[in-house]
Design a protein around this ligand. Structure first.
Ligand code: NAP
Length: 215
């Protein structure tokens, strides 16, 4: 069974840790302030979880999730993530992240920024459009009628297959939005961003998405 490393232990990081432990994974979780600040979370998660530094979590994970305020993406350590599948949950909120010109002019996307920062990692965009609390309430077994779906995007087919299996285990159908470049179709303020959607509904949402400049 694989180990999931988490860089970020906030709303999404802690919820993904709960979900992963519930599905039999080991998790190594980190934040900016250090492992000693994660004692309560690790105690709650139980024996399959430990807290570590960011570098240790990156090294330990077979799959590593980056789930931090976007403005800090350049602090994510590239070397220990070389060659690995990296899940990116991050979204762009200028009021929190400051203005990022290449996102403002829509010449790139949030996950492409992370991919450029981690050139030999296999970045897959996932979990960016579901509220943290719903990660542990909305999953259903495969085949359940009306099962909620989540979007992925990525440039590496094998990495997307890995993340698709993980999402399915966690209880969600998967809709592939194509390469990372297509991730804008599920960014903040698009139709699929936030609401519960089946795979069929999400495909409609992705097709209806508009660039910020066209909204
Ligand atoms: N909240 C949601 O429902 C939701 C849903 C989908 C996607 N997202 C996106 O997912 C990302 C995480 O959201 P969140 O709500 O979980 O954020 P959050 O609750 O503010 O948590 C952020 C976490 O990142 C850690 N962190 C900050 N800077 C770091 C760094 N340089 N290195 C390592 N860890 C660092 C923080 O640690 P410290 O506390 O020690 O600084 C904290 O554990 C954001 O980009 C957000 O837009 C959020």
């Amino acid at each position: 069974m694989a180990t999931i490393g988490l860089i970020g232990a906030g709303n999404i990081g802690s919820q993904l840790a709960r979900l992963a432990v519930a599905h039999g994974y080991d998790v190594v979780i980190s934040n900016s302030r250090g492992p000693e600040t994660l004692t309560a979370l690790v105690a709650e998660l139980g024996p399959h979880a430990r807290a570590a530094t960011v570098v240790e979590a990156a090294k330990a994970g077979d799959i590593v999730v980056v789930t931090i305020p976007l403005k800090h993406y350049r602090t994510v350590p590239a070397e220990p993530l070389a060659g690995k599948v990296v899940i990116d949950t991050n979204n762009y909120y200028p009021q929190r992240d400051g203005q990022i010109p290449e996102l403002d002019n829509e010449s790139t996307t949030t996950s492409e920024l992370l991919q450029a920062h981690l050139p030999t990692s296999k970045v897959v965009k996932a979990f960016n459009h579901i509220y943290a609390a719903q990660l542990t309430t909305d999953g259903r077994p495969a085949g359940t009628k009306g099962r909620r779906a989540l979007v992925i995007a990525g440039d590496d087919r094998g990495a997307k297959a890995t993340v698709t299996r993980l999402l399915d285990e966690f209880g969600f159908d998967v809709v592939d939005a194509g390469p990372l470049q297509g991730g804008w179709r599920i960014q903040r303020d698009t139709p699929g961003y936030g609401p519960r959607r089946t795979a069929e509904q999400l495909r409609t949402d992705l097709a209806a998405a508009k660039r910020y400049a066209d909204q």
